[in-house]
Design a protein around this ligand. Structure first.
Ligand code: PMP
Ligand code: GLN
Length: 392
């Protein structure tokens, strides 16, 4: 019956492949913010435009005719530009032909890497709170997510002994994310050394989500996995131009991995997107020629971080340390004992500011009375948001 798919969908479709997964919290909060005219400090995206030069380079590429399929693995000029950037920053030489693939953002790269590597029954370790796309990717591959909490009493640092303790013969992959969304924590040298020991002892694979690689504050370096030969040999290192060049809507990123891993990655990639939009690849390749375009990003966002955190001091929110990303966690215990989701909803409805409840980054209910604010916004947006937060 044509109507029954609407009235009884589960009877016709059967069990969902992703039971328990709803619409992402970012979409929910942004939609609600738009409906209510709230100031959106929730979903992570800049509310300012990307550089005119970058727009011109993309427009020029379209005028020059880069409007048909790009090569499957990505435009060579862009792959070479990415290889040169990584070598300059981390001293690691990826082969642009065999080891770098241009993707439709980091989300597609993460899903593709997981589908390429994880087999039914494999275990994948994630550190919670974790970015929301990891678990669905693992489930779609038939794997099982094994969660290890980051220690919220110690700045959400990983406890590598706890990670090592959950490794079994079924462990296939460990997903890590530094700088970390939503907590802003960043890996230090000691984390890289601990990871080297784990990989040496257990031979697992790694997926390093490094989309905020250029947003590390206070003159600290970004510790990329690619800087460690031992880790790079077993890792997919993934990043996104959306964060670095203020163009999250372009959905373009990359995945670096040794050729044997990249080969498996591309088998999935070619039937997932085949190739990524062509003119953006051309424009970004040219834009990458000037390293200032990414090296100046940390100072740019540090000024916003400092402005926002200074403003929070005049509210009843307590900012947690923020060494990287464009997110800061804020403790609201001085305002309310409500659970995070309820508090974030009320903050939006009553005070007109959207935030993200950190509980949305956990599989099992966990509430620490903190919400995430995105400070990757214009000064006037931050100031207007702070004015409202001061009323809460
Ligand atoms: N990983 C993390 C940690 C992110 O915060 C995001 C997006 N904000 C992504 C992956 C996805 O990046 P993209 O928009 O390039 O798909
Ligand atoms: N990664 C962004 C955030 O954490 C949002 C991206 C998305 O909505 N998928 O807010």
């Amino acid at each position: 019956m044509p109507s029954s798919i609407r009235s009884r969908p589960e009877a016709l479709i059967g069990p969902s492949k992703l039971p328990g997964i709803g619409t992402t919290i970012f979409t929910v909060m942004s939609q609600l913010a738009a409906e209510r005219g709230a100031i959106n400090l929730g979903q992570g995206f800049p509310d300012f435009n990307c550089e005119p030069l970058l727009q011109q380079l993309v427009t020029q590429a379209m005028a020059d005719g880069d409007n048909q399929y790009a090569p499957m693995a990505g435009k060579p000029a862009l792959r070479h530009a990415v290889a040169a950037k990584i070598e300059r920053l981390h001293g690691c030489r990826y082969d642009a032909d065999d080891e770098i693939t241009i993707t439709a953002g980091a989300t597609q790269a993460i899903l593709t890497a997981v589908l390429a590597l994880v087999r039914p029954g494999d275990e994948v370790i994630i550190l919670e709170p974790a970015y929301d796309s990891y678990v669905p990717a693992i489930l779609l591959a038939g794997g099982r997510a094994v969660r290890v909490p980051l220690d919220h009493t110690k700045g959400y640092r990983p406890d590598w002994n706890r990670v090592a303790a959950v490794i079994t013969a079924q462990t296939r992959l460990l997903i890590i994310n530094s700088p970390h969304n939503p907590t802003g924590s960043v890996f230090g040298d000691e984390d890289i050394r601990a990871l080297e020991q784990i990989v040496h002892a257990h031979g697992i694979f790694l997926l390093a989500d490094e989309v905020y690689e250029h947003i590390v504050f206070d003159q600290k370096p970004h510790r990329s996995l690619s800087a460690s030969a031992e880790l790079a040999a077993r890792a997919f290192v993934i990043s996104s131009f959306g964060k670095t060049f203020h163009c999250t809507g372009w959905k373009i990123g990359y995945c670096c991995a040794p050729s044997a891993l990249s080969k498996e990655f591309r088998k999935v990639h070619q039937f997932n997107v085949f190739a990524v939009n062509h003119p953006m690849q051309s424009g970004i390749a040219a834009y990458l020629e000037d390293p200032a375009h990414y090296l100046e990003l940390a100072a740019f966002y540090q000024a916003k971080r400092d402005r926002f955190i200074a403003g929070l001091a005049a509210t009843r929110f307590r900012a947690l340390p923020c060494p990287g990303t464009y997110f800061v966690l804020a403790d609201y215990r001085a305002i309310s004992e409500e659970p995070e989701a309820q508090f974030a909803h009320r903050l939006l409805m009553e005070h007109g500011v959207a935030s993200i409840p950190v509980s949305a980054f956990y599989q099992q209910p966990f509430d620490n009375h903190v919400v995430r604010f995105c400070f990757g916004k214009r000064e006037q947006t931050l100031d207007a948001g702070l004015e409202r937060l001061a009323q809460a």
